[in-house]
Ligand binder design. Structure first.
Ligand code: AMP
Ligand code: MG
Length: 358
């Protein structure tokens, strides 16, 4: 870690339901001065800076070691800001804002010329969302700045759903961390490109494909968004698609198929790896976790409640790392609803190391 990056990091513990205004003011002052503040949103923790200050935004890339061509989502607390940040706001965008904001939906629009190119990773589009978290909204309002914020992890690592995850990755590299406990949704926002016709999902997330289809009628899913294979990444439209992401330190494999065949395959693999002297972690579900007799077994929750599974996902990947697991075997889930976002994260965390169980 280069010394020039070293910063003194303050930790502000804040009530997520009733954020203390003195603490928000301290954090907002840091944002106004061009500093870096990690804060909770309803999806994951974000690393925020003044979106219109190129130097401040550059600090985000440096602190996270994020590739400079991976654009950053701009967070707003009111809809008027969208009209300043975007060159065009189509009718569909207005409809989506009415329906899903504040919430886990990011809209990609043509950028206006007030948005620095470092914020958009050099693109002529800007990604904007309004988070549904009192701390995030208070921070944006009090700082009186749109806040650029990617997830508050080192690039490539699982996204942070607890302030402890941010501390582990970024303590000493940023100015402040606002801790308001665990985030609710646990996977990032859905990124929807409204410069395409029909609108295209670039990253599945907290707002589902089905939700969007109900409002828009027609929605496409970028092939890389499902992340079935690395091949699709060549056609990446969202630069984030092609970078290594969500990866635990352990090697990882995702086993997909129907539940019975998944269980059989996971047991086989766990035994093989264990025999080879490797420490095995199994990412299971409530319905299957009793079926495994080797390895460290953790459950995402019930297959009938994928909202809970999404909330637990990144934390459990980090826990396996903390426990020194060499290889994580993860069960796949059906790709309906939040399942699409969960499978996108699992497949990418595994570096597309996917086994179809038969
Ligand atoms: P993060 O906030 O780190 O979880 O990542 C933000 C995601 O949004 C990345 O996958 C980016 O590539 C994507 N993104 C941000 N801005 C744009 C944009 N203007 N066009 C397409 N994708 C974008
Ligand atoms: Mg990220």
């Amino acid at each position: 870690m280069a010394d020039s990056l070293a910063r003194r990091t303050i930790i502000l513990r804040v009530d997520g339901e009733n954020p203390e205004s003195e603490k928000i003011s301290v954090a907002a002052e840091i944002i106004r001065k061009g500093g870096l503040v990690a804060f909770p949103t309803e999806t994951v923790y974000g690393l925020g800076a003044d979106a219109l200050n190129p130097n401040a935004v550059k600090g985000i890339y440096l602190a996270k070691m994020r590739p400079l061509d991976n654009p950053i989502i701009v967070h707003v607390a009111n809809r008027e800001d969208v009209y300043r940040l975007a060159a065009e706001v189509p009718r569909a965008a207005e409809k989506l804002m009415e329906t899903f904001w504040p919430g886990p939906l990011t809209l990609v629009l043509k950028a206006s010329n007030i948005v620095p190119r470092i914020t958009t990773g050099g693109l002529d589009t800007v990604a904007i969302r309004m988070p549904r978290h009192k701390v995030a909204l208070a921070l944006i309002r009090v700082s009186e700045r749109p806040i650029a914020a990617p997830s508050a992890n080192l690039a490539g690592r699982p996204s942070p759903t607890l302030a402890e995850h941010v501390i582990r990755d970024l303590y000493g590299r940023i100015d402040a961390i606002i801790d308001a406990g665990p985030t609710n949704i646990g996977v990032e926002s859905t990124v929807l490109d409204l410069t395409q016709d029909p609108p295209q999902i670039l990253r599945p997330g907290g707002v589902t494909y089905e939700d969007l289809r109900d409002v828009l009628g027609r929605v496409s899913i970028h092939p890389a968004a499902a992340s079935i294979s690395e091949i699709h990444i060549r056609y990446a439209r969202s630069p984030g698609m092609k970078h290594k992401h969500y990866a635990p330190r352990a090697e990882m494999v995702v086993v997909e198929g129907d539940l019975e065949t998944i269980i059989r395959k996971v047991r086989d693999l766990a035994e093989q790896y264990t025999r080879a002297g490797r420490k095995v972690g199994i990412l299971a579900t409530d319905e299957s976790m009793q079926k495994y007799s080797s390895g460290i077994v953790k459950s995402l929750g019930s297959r009938s409640n994928l909202a809970i599974a999404a909330r637990n996902l990144f934390r459990l990947l980090r826990e396996f790392d903390e426990e020194g697991v060499d290889v994580i075997i993860a069960e796949g889930v059906p790709e309906e609803g939040l399942g699409l976002a969960i499978m996108n994260r699992l497949r990418r965390a595994a570096g597309y190391n996917i086994i179809k169980a038969e």
